[in-house]
Ligand binder design. Structure first.
Ligand SMILES: Nc1ncnc2c1ncn2[C@@H]1O[C@H](COP(=O)(O)OP(=O)(O)OP(=O)(O)O)[C@@H](O)[C@H]1O
Length: 314
């Protein structure tokens, strides 16, 4: 057989294989394609509007940031990098999971969504060099298998500083010379860092007569950047901040009593029950404490409410 004929046969073979994959395998199993990664920002917007309480800045900025990054006309030249900051129970994981849910058919279970946990994945400061290599290798592998990957780093404030030193260059412009496409990826960092700074700033603004809903992202952005860079944790003195590769610092505001009531009501509905005012008042008076500085914000936000409602119902 002529070499040309063999080449043509291989060419037709691989087209056939791709066609077969598209028509059969990828119709039923997850692939790095539009079916498995629908990127449904409209669904995300709808779901945040109806389920996320007290976080007007998050919804206002997250949706345009994601839409711009994912749009078909996007001329994105680097991954989208977001850093979520706030006290416990303000919705950081809740929102990160909703992003995964809306962008990927399999949500957080997608093979293209990778989540790292500060405390369990990177517990020891002495091993920071090993962690850097591990993050670098995993991110490269995942991007090679699917450029539209999502990476979530939770508990960043519990990670040793220096852990993101190699990652900083992977999320910058022109990071790969081997043809790997990193421009469609999304990186999200979650931390409690600066949570108290956000609460202080909001508390002072509210005491000066400003409405919570009138506070803006710009009121918090530089505060978050400075705190993340200076306070202990994975972001401390990190190249991620020095190289200005974090596109958006998003503040999660501390929760007030009214928001916690909304969370409790949502929890009842999740159990298929009508919210019970007496039980809600009982939980509020027995299990909720407020910040000492302003007396306005619930210390653990909406965390732990799930179990309280479950206990009261059964
Ligand atoms: N702003 C919010 N609106 C609605 N529900 C919320 C909100 N914040 C928290 N919740 C509820 O509380 C649960 C716990 O919140 P979540 O895990 O998102 O907190 P977190 O900010 O990630 O806290 P941590 O910093 O401790 O990880 C969520 O699954 C959700 O049910």
């Amino acid at each position: 057989i002529e070499p040309l004929t063999i080449g043509a046969a291989i060419g037709i073979g691989s087209i056939g294989l791709n066609y077969f994959k598209g028509q059969t395998y990828c119709r039923f199993y997850e692939c790095c394609d539009d079916r498995s990664i629908p990127g449904n920002i409209t669904a995300l917007h709808r779901s945040l509007e109806s389920t996320l309480y007290g976080q007007h800045i998050v919804t206002q900025h997250l949706i345009p940031a994601l839409s711009a990054h994912l749009s078909a006309q996007s001329k994105s030249r680097k991954p989208l990098v977001l850093s979520f900051h706030g006290q416990p129970g303000t919705g950081k994981n809740f929102v990160a999971n909703q992003i995964a849910q809306a962008l990927y058919l399999d949500g957080s279970n997608s093979a293209y969504v990778t989540k790292f946990l500060g405390r369990s994945d990177f517990p020891l400061a002495d091993l920071v060099d090993q962690y850097k290599v591990r993050i670098d290798g995993l991110v490269r592998d995942r991007l090679r298998s699917c450029p539209r990957s999502l990476f979530i780093f939770d508990e960043v404030d519990k990670m040793p500083s220096g852990v993101f030193d190699t990652l900083a260059s992977l999320v910058d412009y022109n990071a790969f010379t081997d043809g790997t496409d990193h421009t469609k990826a999304i990186f999200i960092f979650l931390s409690n860092t600066a949570g108290t700074h956000i609460a202080d700033h909001l508390g002072n603004s509210m005491k000066a007569g400003k409405l919570r809903e009138d506070t803006l992202l710009s009121d918090y952005e530089s505060l978050l950047q400075r705190a993340a860079y200076n306070l202990d944790g994975g972001m401390k003195k990190t190249g991620l901040i020095e190289a200005h590769v974090i596109d958006h610092y998003i503040p999660f505001l501390p929760m007030e009593k009214a928001h916690v009531v909304q969370c409790l009501e949502a929890e009842f509905r999740r159990w298929g029950k009508q919210p019970d005012k007496d039980i809600i008042n009982e939980i509020l008076s027995s299990s909720i404490s407020y910040d000492r500085m302003h007396g306005l914000f619930v210390s653990s936000g909406c965390k732990t409410l799930e179990k309280k409602v479950a206990m009261a119902i059964y």
